[in-house]
Design a protein around this ligand. Structure first.
Ligand SMILES: *Cc1c(COP(=O)(O)O)cnc(C)c1O
Length: 228
């Protein structure tokens, strides 16, 4: 039997509770694949390259909800600012400033997640708690009118050790609870925890994910490895 995106998506959806948002990660996949998932009812899609997202955005239905899930370079924000629904991986004040600036130009407010470094392995991206506190307490941040921090995002270590993955997801949930109580108590829009991919989304949901980002389980393996 040949691989069917529709069948994969339908099977996957049965394993995800209604209150958890599924982002179909379509990076490296052609627009035809996205359209097939779209016709099966999927609306949230995730990409990790601004140019690639832009090309796909131009060709696809306008009610697609786009998530930027990768490391976003400051000079690329302008390409996606008009339509991006959620920038998931904000890891510096510098990036947030640029998002705020481009959002203002487009007369909108862009929702963002703060990315945290939760993996025990060494990765380049993501804030720690001190850095997040410094960002949120800065005068520059307080003046921003065109961004809204709606939650946190993290990536677990790439490992088959699910105990380790679970520990890392628990850590992100702890960070979320801390931020919520310290900075966002009265802000109902601060409520998202984006964690979990094809190999570990079930653990992520058990540990409190509100958004899961799933690619290969829906679209099949990618043809070339991606960096993360
Ligand atoms: C590629 C990617 C995913 C999806 O990975 P799969 O293992 O294919 O489900 C999720 N999150 C981020 C940040 C990614 O870069």
């Amino acid at each position: 039997m040949s691989f069917s995106i529709t069948a994969q998506l339908n099977k996957l959806k049965k394993t995800i509770p209604d209150q958890v948002k599924l982002v179909a990660v379509s990076k490296t996949k052609p627009v035809e694949d996205i359209l097939e998932a779209y016709k099966a009812g999927q609306r949230h899609f995730g990409e990790n390259k601004a140019q690639e997202m832009e090309t796909k955005h131009e060709q696809l239905p306008t009610d697609i909800v786009w998530h930027f899930i990768g490391h976003l370079q400051t000079n690329k924000v302008k390409y996606i600012a008009a339509y991006i629904s959620l920038i998931e991986a904000v890891d510096s004040l510098k990036l947030l400033k640029e998002i705020n600036k481009q959002a203002a130009k487009n007369e909108r407010i862009i929702p963002c997640l703060l990315q945290f470094h939760i993996a025990e392995e060494d990765t380049k991206f993501g804030l720690d708690q001190d850095e997040a506190a410094a960002l949120l307490e800065s005068e520059a941040f307080k003046k921003m009118k065109n961004i809204q921090i709606v939650g946190v995002m993290g990536m677990a270590t790439f490992t088959e050790d699910m105990d380790q993955v679970r520990r890392e997801f628990k850590h992100l949930k702890t960070i979320f609870d801390w931020l919520k109580s310290k900075y966002f108590v009265v802000d109902d829009s601060f409520r998202e925890i984006s964690m979990g991919m094809s190999s570990d989304y079930q653990v992520a949901i058990e540990e409190g994910a509100t958004i899961v980002r799933i690619g290969s389980l829906i679209f099949g393996e990618r043809n070339y490895p991606t960096t993360h």
